[in-house]
Design a protein around this ligand. Structure first.
Ligand code: NI
Length: 169
């Protein structure tokens, strides 16, 4: 396993739309293992392949305190979302040190493939629902700051560009 470099907003590669995984093979399982290590080392609770510049529909999530409950979703699709919405404070490994509120459906049903290539469905609420939607946005080329006002987004992009120039990231 190897930790991979994480793209930082406003890197244009974060806006690439990911392609579906054609076959869940050893290369995909290796990608999941590398993404998990990258997420654990960062540390974060979720990571999309887009963030490590791999444009395939793969996300990993681990919400456990012990960091031993890895969930991988390959080709995830939201098949139902609740009318009810909820605001959560979100952050992102590609937007270090910024947190802001995003409104999203509070419950979702997701269908995806597991590491054996088998289809499964889960009903998610709370933080898991937020995290899956946030990571799936990455696969569509969308970063959470795009839900914020253009002014806020410009400020964030400006600050992060400065940091990158100074070699802080
Ligand atoms: Ni993110």
């Amino acid at each position: 396993m190897a930790a991979l470099p994480i793209l930082c907003y406003p890197d244009p590669r974060l806006h690439t739309v990911a392609k579906p995984v054609v076959a869940v093979n050893d290369a995909v399982r290796q990608l999941v293992a590398d993404m998990a290590q990258t997420m654990y080392e960062a540390p974060g609770i979720g990571l999309a392949a887009t963030q490590v510049d791999v444009h395939q529909q793969v996300i990993v999530i681990d919400l456990s305190d012990e960091r031993d409950q890895l969930q991988a979703f390959i080709n995830p699709e939201i098949i139902w979302s609740s009318e009810e919405k909820k605001v959560w404070q979100e952050g992102c490994l590609s937007v270090p040190d910024f947190f802001d509120e995003v409104l999203r459906p509070s419950e979702i049903k997701v269908r995806a493939l597991n590491l054996d290539g088998k289809s499964f469905e889960i009903h998610a609420d709370g933080l898991l629902a937020v995290c899956i939607q946030h990571e799936m946005d990455h696969l569509k080329g969308k970063v959470f700051v795009e839900y914020l006002s253009p002014l806020k987004r410009m400020r964030i992009a400006g600050k992060l560009k400065k940091k990158t120039k100074a070699g802080a990231l």
